[in-house]
Write a protein of this length. Sequence first.
Length: 318
Amino acid sequence: MGTHHPLRIFSGSANRPLAQAVAELSHTKLGQCTTTRLKDSEIHVTIDEAVRDQDVFIIQPCSRPVNDNLMELMLYIDAFRRASAHEITAVMPYYPYGRQERMARSREAISAKVVSTMLQSMGVGRVIYFDVHAPATQGFFDVPVDPLSALPVLAEYFNKPEFADAAIVSPDVGRAKFAGRYAEILNLPLVVMHKRREGGDVGVSHVVGDIKGKIPIIIDDVIAGGSVLQELDALYAVGAREEAYLAITHGVLLDSALKRLEDPRIKGLVITDTICQPAEVRNHPKIRVVSIAKLLADVIGRIHIGESISSLMERAKV
């Protein structure tokens, strides 16, 4: 198997360190392109080298500022298409609007679907993302989608003797299947928190599973405001050891989440580099950032030469 279309990896401005690492692991140079933000807030992009008849992978997570990064990606896709690239793959480690995948009430936009429509209308040939909030988002696309998971990378961090007496905790029933894969890989018990809405508030009604005397490792796809940290009391009330860890793919990390990490009962937060973090996060004493670069480079390499990536996806099937 193989291809006569050269592999090219490019990066938008959202996460160049990740793109650089992927390019190095793929034994290729990161493509040259330039993003300029104009004084009126418009974005201008240029591709600084020829890409005709080449397989282009453009890496651009659409984290904060979400709309700027998303628009930058759309402009790059258009520029690559007009430059006669053979195929354009949008590598979106963090897929924007992923939590707006359905109409929770009448007269709402299904924003995750809007993003997929925009990508396809611009001419993208394939999409890659990690741990999207709703797996059914894949069905919004009519082009191939590779829904990857950072689960193997995060699970590897906790595969240590000091976590032998831990339990994997799902923050709600909806994430129980995902948490179950963690528990299976690490050979740890699974605990699920059930939530109930009372009035306008949502709280943990009960905890299912044996957490007494165990270290809780709470898993989730995104940590933004840190609401999951407010639910730790429910675990401690049933006997969990007051030294919780969190394993979360996307560290959106608003100021409120960083504030809640000051709780001495929280020992650590492990996130991935799907989102480029500022120095205050990278240097935070309780935060560890692990990289998806090797996994992503393997996936890109296999796609480029026409090999199956099912074995890589099976290891992290959710």
